[in-house]
Write a protein that binds this ligand. Structure first.
Ligand code: SF4
Ligand code: SF4
Length: 470
């Protein structure tokens, strides 16, 4: 055996948790209809059951990772719909994450993995750099050379190139740098006294419930208006809103791509920035991205039990909330007070973030706050809200499979006729829906917004025109 070849004894030891969990699968197949990759690829190895059996066989030394295991795990979206569908509660996410960590260990020196890790650490996790990279890519795709590339791609419709260009064309060309302009202009009542890198101390000016806003990296870099809208909604709901200095990317992308060490580093920085390691932390940390919230809920395991960091991460997880759930819990009502005036309702399809649904269990609150808007008819896609194929950076790494998942998704969204607006709850889903609208030939007909952005826009338009926008 060469030095680089996997040693099954070591692999089995590192994958012991995954192996134990995999043995709980009873092979019933209830998860198969819920799995988007099984639906589009039609092979057992691309189903949850198949992947679990492959990981089990790998840990028992019966197959090598090159024998289909790596491909099966790479092509998993990580959407976790299989967990919700499973009658015996197999923790598929635990199996997937542990197995991916092990794969990352074996691939650590491969050039592609080194590059991916560097891009995630040094570009994706930094809103300004991410915004710049998105702008440059968007401008390149829209340039004369980009248009030539698009024409060339049309000659190979089933190749990687046209699928990748579909997603590249969805990048917002005007995404702006997030700070300081994306910080809510009128943060009220509670201010952070910390400079970047310092611990927070809180200055309470008057007694309102306090909400700290988690701004994220993709959200702040690509869709800063969603953070503005979230802060505005929280203030309208009676909160003092704080945007803590020194907060960084949540680390979900790094965790899901086999870089748990960096995810841990980022979590530590956020615990400091939000005051959970010293000072007085806020009662509530509000998230508008389902992927970030889900990771924060699950992240406590990166610190050993009994450590102050673990206790702080547990406290953050307990106080981390989704914006729609917060609005609902605090009795927010839209300041519309409108009659529909006989016009047809604005047709909205809510496409949820998978992790908000399957990890956080937030399913009803987004629908309820959207349905509180007068003159809006809200529905889920015909598939009930299955994964759109975004899945973090899946659409960049596997554009062809992602495009097939997206094609099914757009058919499910438009099943009852195209909606006026697609509302999402994650920046990655937002980008994917922009690509889907273009792919389905609905550009100019269907608008895509995230939930806080849509509600804020709708209420503002209603107040201006004294009638629901249509
Ligand atoms: S996480 Fe999603 S894509 Fe992966 S096996 Fe489960 S349902 Fe299928
Ligand atoms: S539903 Fe659960 S027990 Fe049944 S095959 Fe899927 S993972 Fe295994």
């Amino acid at each position: 055996m060469s030095a680089a070849a996997p040693h099954y004894g070591e692999t089995a030891a590192r994958l012991a948790v995954a192996h134990t969990e995999a043995t709980r699968c009873i092979h019933c197949g209830f998860c198969l209809p819920a799995c988007p990759t099984y639906q589009v690829l039609g092979l057992e190895k691309h189903s949850p059951r198949g992947r679990i059996q492959l990981v089990k066989a790998w840990t028992e030394g019966r197959v090598a990772p090159g024998e289909g295991v790596a491909e099966a795990l790479d092509l998993c979206l990580g959407c976790r719909a299989c967990e919700t569908a499973c009658p015996v509660d197999v923790r598929y996410g635990l199996i997937l994450e542990t197995a991916r960590d092990e794969l990352a260990h074996h691939r650590a020196r491969q050039p592609g993995q080194v590059l991916l890790k560097a891009v995630l650490r040094h570009v994706a996790a930094h809103p300004r750099r991410l915004a710049l990279a998105a702008r440059l890519t968007a401008r390149l795709v829209q340039s004369a050379a980009g248009r030539q590339l698009l024409r060339a791609a049309a000659h190979w419709p089933d190749s990687w190139l046209p699928a990748a260009l579909t997603f590249a064309r969805a990048l917002p060309a005007q995404s702006g740098p997030p700070a300081p302009t994306s910080r809510p202009a009128a943060v009220s009542g509670l201010e952070s006294a910390a400079r970047p890198g310092e611990h927070n101390t809180w200055v309470v000016k008057h007694a309102k419930p306090r909400a700290a806003l988690f701004t994220g990296c993709a959200q702040a870099g690509l869709f800063p208006q969603v953070n503005e809208a979230t802060a505005a909604l929280l203030r309208a709901a009676g909160f003092d809103v704080l945007v803590p200095a020194g907060q960084v990317c949540c680390g979900a992308l790094h965790r899901h791509q086999g870089d748990p060490g960096h995810a841990r580093t980022l979590l530590l920085r956020n615990l400091r920035a939000f005051g959970f390691l010293s000072g007085e932390p806020p009662e509530m940390v509000v998230f508008n991205a389902g992927g970030c919230l889900a990771w924060i809920h699950e992240a406590v395991g990166v610190f050993p039990p009994g450590t102050p960091e673990r206790a702080a991460a547990e406290q953050l997880a307990a106080r981390a909330k989704d914006i729609a759930a917060v609005l609902l819990e605090h009795g927010w009502t839209p300041a519309c007070g409108l009659q529909n005036g006989g016009r047809r309702p604005l047709r909205v399809v809510y496409q949820p973030s998978c992790h908000l649904t399957h990890v956080c269990g937030v399913t009803e609150a987004p629908l309820k706050v959207l349905r509180a808007l007068p003159g809006v008819a809200v529905a889920l896609p015909a598939d009930g809200g299955a994964c759109c194929g975004s899945a973090g950076i899946y659409n960049a790494l596997h554009p062809q499979v992602s495009a097939r998942v997206l094609e099914r998704k757009m058919a499910a969204i438009a099943a009852g006729g195209p909606p006026d607006v697609i509302v999402t709850s994650n920046p990655g889903c937002h980008l994917q829906m922009l690509a889907g609208v273009r792919q389905a030939g609905l550009a100019g007909q269907v608008t895509v917004k995230q939930l806080p952005e849509f509600i804020h826009w709708y209420v503002a338009q209603s107040q201006k025109t004294k009638s629901p926008p249509g």
